[in-house]
Design a binder for this molecule. Structure first.
Ligand code: ARG
Ligand code: ZN
Length: 882
């Protein structure tokens, strides 16, 4: 059975339609933790569009017990079995196949297929987990109608769920019972789901705009059900929003969500039966932060939106993953923007793109949003496919405008409802709805890398004309040395010297049109000349709303940055101007540190800019909190030839301390002004105030004076919600206050029964950026609450350490790299998906100094040389070394 997993890449160009269609499947489960019997009856019909005489059915991790074709056992010369599949040789044009097999959910530690989480049977099939349940073609372009019978022990599993509608149920002798489910919508196997266990249920109802009543049921372990109300409320908001904004209505009479503890990622959009990580479902003020509340709302919406963008119209093959994910992320971003503050939401999304996706694009694992090859598709659920994929949809939205974009969406559903399609099909619908040629735009799907835009400005005072010459260039990525120019929308305006927006008239136009427009860059370099600019040279406000996922260098002076911060109408540009100013100051500090000078004061420019933002903080506290946050170490590191670990730490520490000290009074005022008396509220305004309050508290703590520390102490002691509590605890540990140990101990004692809070406790300690971090993390792995079987826990400790602790993970002696590699190799045998994800932390080794490079490379080489390594980890490690 155990054979080395195949490491040959799969190529997009090799796609062929399936030889057979499978219109129907009946599944019968007799559930037992260690020996579940699965019987599947599938009907097959030769695909007129298919080729070849063979039918391939994939199957893994199961004992095949019987195989019959049209009721008769299959003679040996009619089929062959390989390690991960069976191949039927020249089967008839139409037939029924019955497969019986036995699987062991209790031994399923990879959490793909059917497994058990805290006593609950549950499934995860995307992308290729269904083959761990039964033999099946298991590719998204094979769509079948499912009928599912589940039988289980009645007391262990009172709840039996699958997709679609409940049809029938009954009791059996021996304390057992059964249920029958039927899903009227044909679906790919990756959307199949089954849940069986002892679960509590929260019920509600939603009436669609056409007046249909939909039952909503949210299931979790009984102990957690009190924390599910926010998720249910979020679901109703999402259902309403999709009707209002996209005209999309839910299509079944029942919508179910189940929350489980052990899950490889956030959640899964199985038709009519979403399965969620508890981390993306549970929310209650005392246990969850504001971030958690927003995250639950976002993920609930994301999975719900998949019902149309993913389930009703699905992907032809896994290369098209961004077709559903990029679009659905864009939709959930629109939703969150509509529910809260659009500007602040956008800035948060840009931070993620820059910190994570740009880094991915600049490293050995860079790939286009639609990759053209993969070894293990699980490695491609990335920031590029998801978030950059969403940026690509956003660019279409920007180019076409809301109304035409909606027409394109409508056309897409009109043409492709019920089909498995490609990214071309989507863009074609947009092209046809708009009458625009999107041929060049398609390069966003095939070329990797982050385009770099350089803007040269020339103002001619006599002609009152400003010329912008914009050039684009995209650095090479693995396998793509040369890039063709992209089609890039640049939303922009011009801000006059007096701070007011100028009207925009391009050379050749008869009159000015508005104060904002979208320039389209399609050539390697292009010139745009604005005329009629009385009142002197304006400051261009470019890439408003971050209208394209690019890096832009417009050569702004400090004065111009200050001007944009003060006067632009676009939240993103104002914020970005501040980030540029801060980056300039911080990078100069890193340079000083490297040159052996260690300044002890901070550039006045940054302090003044912060002072101004603090002055205006009352206008919009959530935006102010963004304006007053320094660029991350990831973002700073990307702007250096060689990532200077010690230098970044030095610069950020100094800036925080000095900002804290020099603006002490203003931080104190902001802290007080944004402290709410009275009962806790989770509304947008209250979240905004807490975000500014806790940022102010952080700067007060960084100043390391008695007053700040006293405030932190008091907040920790009195907090009635997790946001305030955790902010204070983080500051206590981060700034090394004397009560650090005691506070961590009391926090654990208070929350040890709440797994999601215990994760925060692990994560917080893993992120403390000191030299002792590797030993501390290793020590925590021996803590009784640590377990390798829960992905959330592993990510909280090892993931936080490897991804978010610059100083600790990159300690000069290589202890961090060794620790990660040792643990990833252990984990790889149990859960390759989670292991491979952690391994990508070593992927950027070439960006560090030579000493660290050689240490990181040695660990990657150790990984590649490990016998029995999973395909997942092999792909990440070998590509990182290439
Ligand atoms: N489709 C799910 C979602 O985005 C995520 C599935 C992730 N699967 C994986 N193998 N990483 O909502
Ligand atoms: Zn998704």
């Amino acid at each position: 059975m155990s054979q080395a997993p195949t490491r040959e890449p799969v190529y997009l160009k090799d796609y062929r339609p399936p030889a057979f269609l499978t219109p129907e499947i009946e599944l019968d489960f007799v559930l037992e933790p260690e020996a579940t019997l699965v019987t599947s009856r599938q009907t097959f019909r030769r695909n007129p569009k298919g080729e070849g005489r063979e039918l391939v059915l994939f199957g893994e991790n199961q004992d095949l017990l019987a195989l019959t074709l049209n009721g008769a056992p299959l003679p040996p010369e009619r089929w062959r079995k390989e390690s991960d599949r069976i191949v039927l040789l020249d089967p008839p044009d139409e037939f029924t196949l019955e497969v019986r097999s036995r699987i062991d959910p209790a031994a399923n530690t990879a959490l793909m297929g059917l497994y058990i989480s805290n006593g609950v049977f549950c499934t995860q099939c995307e992308p290729e987990g269904f083959r761990r349940i039964t033999y099946f073609q298991d590719r998204p372009d094979v769509m079948a109608r499912y009928r599912v019978r589940i039988e289980a022990d009645r007391s262990a599993c009172p709840v039996l769920l699958s997709n679609g509608n409940p049809i029938d149920r009954g009791d059996l002798p021996g304390g057992r019972h059964w249920a029958l489910w039927e899903d009227p919508f044909p679906k790919p196997s990756y959307l199949f789901a089954l849940v069986a266990g002892d679960l509590a249920c929260l019920e509600d109802e939603f009436t669609t705009r056409s007046g249909r009543k939909v039952q909503l049921r949210l299931y979790s372990e009984a102990a957690n059900i009190g924390q599910c109300h926010h998720a249910l409320a979020s679901l109703k908001k999402a259902m309403k929003w999709d009707e209002d904004r996209y005209g999309l209505e839910y299509d079944l009479d029942l919508f179910q969500i189940v929350a489980v503890n052990d899950f490889n990622f956030g959640a899964m959009e199985n038709k009519g039966l979403n399965i969620f990580n508890t981390s993306a479902t549970l929310a209650r003020a005392d246990t969850s932060t504001d971030f958690d509340f927003m995250n639950v709302e976002r993920v609930i919406a994301h999975e719900y939106f998949h019902n149309w963008t993913g389930d009703r119209v699905t992907c032809r093959d896994w290369f098209q993953l961004t077709l559903k994910e990029g679009l659905t992320v864009f939709r959930d971003q629109q939703f969150s923007a509509d529910m809260h503050s659009p500007g602040v939401k956008r800035i948060g999304d840009v931070v993620f793109i820059r910190d994570v996706q740009f880094a991915e694009d600049a490293g050995p694992l860079a790939h286009p949003i639609r990759p053209d090859r993969y070894i293990e598709i699980n490695n491609f659920y990335t920031a590029t496919v998801y978030q950059k994929g969403a940026e690509v949809i956003r660019m279409l939205h920007t180019l076409l405008g809301e109304e035409t974009y909606r027409k394109g969406i409508d056309l897409y559903f009109q043409r492709h409802d019920g089909q498995a399609v490609t990214c071309e099909d989507f863009v074609q619908a947009m092209a046809d709805a708009s009458g625009r040629d999107l041929g060049q735009f398609m390069r966003w799907y095939s070329q990797a890398g982050t385009p770099e835009l350089e803007v040269r400005r020339r103002f001619d005072p006599d002609r009152q004309a400003l010329t912008l010459e914009i050039a684009q260039r995209t650095p090479p990525t693995p396998g793509q040395e040369e890039k063709l120019p992209f089609h890039i929308p640049i939303r922009m305006g011009l801000i006059g010297r007096d701070g007011t927006p100028r009207r925009l008239q391009l050379e050749g136009e008869n009159e000015p049109k508005g104060t904002e427009r979208v320039l389209e860059l399609t050539e390697p370099a292009q010139r745009f000349t604005f005329i009629g600019l009385e009142g002197g040279e304006p400051v261009p406000s470019l890439l408003r709303g971050f209208s394209a996922p690019v890096k832009l260098d417009a050569g702004y002076s400090d004065d111009e940055l200050a001007h944009l911060m003060a006067h632009d109408t676009d939240d993103f540009v104002r914020w970005d101007a501040g980030q540029r100013l801060a980056s300039n100051v911080l990078l100069a500090l890193v340079g000083d540190h490297a040159a052996g000078r260690a300044p002890s004061t901070l550039d006045r420019r940054l302090i003044d800019a912060f002072a101004k933002s603090l002055d205006r903080a009352g206008e919009d506290p959530a935006f102010a909190a963004r304006m007053l946050s320094l660029p991350s170490s990831s973002y700073l590191g990307q702007q250096m030839q060689v990532i200077d670990v010690e230098g970044i730490r030095f610069a950020l520490d100094l800036a925080r301390r000095e900002l804290g000290r020099s603006l002490h009074g203003a931080w104190l005022a902001a802290y007080r002004a944004n402290t709410d008396e009275g009962p806790f509220s989770i509304d947008t305004a209250a979240i905004a105030r807490r975000s500014l309050k806790n940022l102010a508290l952080a700067y007060l703590a960084y100043a390391r004076d008695e007053e700040g520390q006293a405030l932190v102490r008091t907040q920790y002691a009195r907090a009635d919600n997790m946001t305030d509590c955790l902010s204070a605890l983080r500051l206590i540990t981060e700034t090394g206050m004397p009560e650090s140990e005691a506070a961590l101990a009391s926090f654990y004692e208070k929350w040890e029964k709440e797994p999601l809070v215990v994760n925060k406790w692990f994560s917080l300690q893993a992120m403390i950026e000191d030299e002792a971090a590797p030993e501390r993390v290793e020590h925590l792995m021996a803590h009784p609450a640590f377990t390798w079987s829960n992905p959330n826990r592993v990510r909280a400790l090892l993931g936080s350490f490897a991804m978010m602790n610059l100083v600790g993970f990159h300690r000069r002696d290589g202890a961090g790299y060794r620790l990660l590699t040792d643990k990833v190799l252990e984990l790889d045998r149990r859960n390759p998906q989670v292991a491979a994800r952690l391994l990508s932390a070593l992927g950027r080794w070439r960006r560090f100094d030579e000493h660290r490079q050689s240490l990181m490379r040695a660990e990657l080489e150790r990984v590649v040389a490990t016998p029995g390594l999973s395909r997942d980890s092999y792909e990440i490690a070998s590509k990182s070394l290439a």
